[in-house]
Design a protein around this ligand. Sequence first.
Ligand SMILES: Nc1ncnc2c1ncn2[C@@H]1O[C@H](COP(=O)(O)OP(=O)(O)O)[C@@H](O)[C@H]1O
Ligand SMILES: [Mg+2]
Length: 313
Amino acid sequence: MNPVIMPAMPTKYNDQATVLRELMSDKKGAPLLKDKITGLRSIAILSGKGGVGKSNVAVNLALALADKGLNVALLDADLGLANIDILFGVTPKFNLGHVVRGEKEMSEVVFKVGERVSIIPGGAGLKELAELDEQSQSLMVNRLSFLEEETDLLIIDTSAGIHKNVLSFAMSSDMVMLITTPEPTAIRDSYGVLKSLCLSTNGAISIGLVVNMASDEKEAFFVAERITSASEQFLSFKVPYLGCVLWDAKIRESVKKRKPLLLHETESVSFPYFRALAQKIYESSEEGQLSKKPAKRDTFLLRLLRQGGNKEK
Ligand SMILES: Nc1ncnc2c1ncn2[C@@H]1O[C@H](COP(=O)(O)OP(=O)(O)O)[C@@H](O)[C@H]1O
Ligand SMILES: [Mg+2]
């Protein structure tokens, strides 16, 4: 196993960490963290570095959760390199932009790729959503509600890094799944994302860590340990380790075949890991919450709409 070295923290991290600790602590010094995921309806998949497997994890996790009986929708919110359609070998004609411009209904944009799995290409729609004036925003609310009324869980695949739009996706979702690989560069970048998320939300955010492309569980655990302990030490933020997916040549083959691994490679190395991850997500939510119909609170797209945080400044 290659040694995985957490890069030394520059001094400025320490200074920021002190400020952050103060921001995130109540009068008794206890951290004000959202450590329990309740009413989980949306998960944004984030990473520091690109190419760590976000889209493949999003796709296979969606399928594994659908196998558990949930209706799952996968929103392709990678504004630069959208590719969920390619991973499923499909070519949807419409995207969220058509809904925002009033050209299509949400039901026409939700593209079914399985009995309980749909994909929604974000296209320019996510950006346009955030640019609507107040009157158009309120008209949009009903159209968007359709999606989350029809689905138990929305998984949002995002671009690498912590650009403004990714941050608003993270802040609009119930939980962030942060993906890293054992590469030191990926580890450092995922810590950077973690820090940004903590600073932007004062720690009021649920984040879970997943290590992808690990050579074995021990290596994954060691990687997770580096990140979780640095986060606790420098950011006073606890990041639960959700699990890992091992390096698997079958994933690469499945991308070439344009057929998600979970649909055909049941004997592959990574298959049980996706299933275990789905189980963990399921358990992380309060009993039965995932299959409940709309919670009486804003869902991902409505939060995003109201936030208007996607707007380029
Ligand atoms: N567990 C894994 N084992 C081997 N290759 C993987 C694994 N996960 C992803 N890959 C490969 O890594 C590449 C990047 O994956 P992708 O999901 O597109 O990453 P991202 O969405 O983070 O950019 C793809 O070629 C994919 O086949
Ligand atoms: Mg991707």
